[in-house]
Design a binder for this molecule. Structure first.
Ligand code: NAD
Length: 388
């Protein structure tokens, strides 16, 4: 019996090698002056930003480049970008990079459209509503990935409160997602590994989420099989085009899935850890995923018992040990892509663990609510201590 469900992902997907060259006419539908948002000058050094600016010019679109965005983008950087955009008369944003650049671009589009600082839309009793005033965003992803090009989510960190919520609704989807594996070829192996693990975590968490749908299930199963086939390969050989393509597609499917089925306890913890300790998103998830799996797996036996099979890209489960088999497959993937570490090695301090557990209940509560097993504070502390 197929249960009732909604599926709403209003993003035009432009997928394939070389497709970033089509950006001019795609942007032209939405504005006359674009702000290209990147994390640091990286892409201006490789000439990509200038190439994009040239392509925009061919379609009579003016552009400014804003590069003052860090990994785990800050609300202050979003506000600074929004101020420049207003001064320059920007009417469309291009997030060019990984999740950080795309999320910052979405944040700026919200801030400029409503003429308010982005934090007003993030946390608090009087949180402002994001409306149709949000300016359009074109997302060009260079990692695989956060899936941000296919989601409504924008993850913003406040360095003062050390909170890192994900915000978004139907108005924060990118109008167009350009997923061009050519742009991912320059990722260093460590970024390939951590962003690739994020893709796996999205697929597994959306698959096992209490609000999973039949469509997201199909996407997630395929995404996990693609990770199994290609992530180790592309970490070993950054020039493996087939593997880059496969991971780019896995990222796309997992991104569409978390737009609908969202993410669960591991991401809830991962956001708060990132907000407090500034850790790399994918690495943080890799440390905690085996522990969150063991915590939740008996509460959705049907789904968790397939994880090992999917991660071997096989079609038969190993039988009664299949739950623990799935965790072992994940641990072996983490080991093989070089992400076998701990929260303490990532710079998290023991005395911060209590604040991390509290942060989950304070602003990531929706995500633990849709996990198959709702954790108590003590149980979250247990997961954090095992990951430490
Ligand atoms: P990132 O965007 O922070 O990039 C990591 C580093 O890699 C940066 O220094 C960046 O400049 C560099 N980089 C990116 N692409 C490159 C390339 N092709 N070649 C060389 N270097 C490259 O990493 P990310 O993991 O893509 O994004 C992480 C952020 O996204 C976090 O803030 C995370 O919380 C957020 N996130 C958002 C969503 C969403 O749906 N919006 C989902 C998951 C995570």
């Amino acid at each position: 019996m197929i249960k009732a469900f909604d599926f709403h992902v209003p993003v035009k997907l432009v997928f394939g090698e070389g497709r970033h060259k089509e950006i001019g006419p795609l942007v032209k539908q939405y504005g006359k002056k674009a702000m290209i948002v990147t994390t640091g000058p990286l892409f201006s050094e490789t000439g990509l930003v200038q190439r994009i600016q040239g392509l925009l010019k061919e379609s009579d679109i003016g552009s400014v480049h804003f590069s003052d965005v860090s990994p785990n983008p800050l609300n202050t950087q979003v506000d600074a970008g929004a101020a420049v955009a207003k001064k320059e008369g920007v009417d469309v944003f291009i997030g060019l990079g990984g999740g950080s650049a795309i999320d910052a671009a979405k944040g700026m589009a919200v801030s400029v459209g409503h003429n308010r600082p982005i934090w007003d839309f993030c946390i608090g009793e009087n949180v402002a509503e994001i409306t149709e005033k949000t300016l359009p965003v074109i997302a060009v992803t260079t990692t695989s990935g956060t899936g941000s090009e296919g989601t409504q989510w924008s993850v913003i960190t406040n360095p003062e409160t050390r909170e890192k919520p994900g915000i978004g609704n139907e108005f924060t989807f990118a109008k167009v997602a350009i997923v061009d594996p050519e742009l991912m070829a320059s990722m260093p192996p460590k970024v390939t590994a951590s962003t690739g693990f994020d893709t796996f975590a999205h697929a597994m968490e959306a698959y096992t989420s209490r609000i999973a749908t039949p469509i997201t299930d199909m996407y997630c199963e395929t995404a996990i099989r693609l990770v199994a086939r290609y992530l180790r390969r592309v970490v070993r050989d950054p020039d493996d085009r087939e593997a880059r393509n496969g991971m780019a597609f896995a990222n796309t499917l997992a991104g569409f899935s978390i737009a609908v089925a969202v993410v669960t306890t591991c991401h809830a913890l991962g956001h708060v850890v990132g907000g407090i300790s500034g850790t790399t998103h994918g690495e943080t998830l890799a440390v905690m995923t085996p522990h969150t799996m063991r915590f939740s797996m008996k509460y959705n036996i049907e789904k968790y018992s397939r994880i090992g099979m999917l991660l071997r890209d096989e079609y038969a489960c190993p039988g009664k040990d299949s739950l623990e088999d799935g965790v072992r497959e994940v641990e072996s993937l983490i080991e093989d892509i070089g992400l076998n570490t701990s929260l303490s090695a990532l710079g998290v301090k023991k005395e911060e663990l209590g604040a991390i557990a509290d942060g989950v209940f304070s602003y990531m509560d929706f995500n633990i609510d849709i996990d198959p097993r709702f954790p108590t504070r003590q149980e979250l502390m247990g997961i954090l201590e095992k990951s430490f």
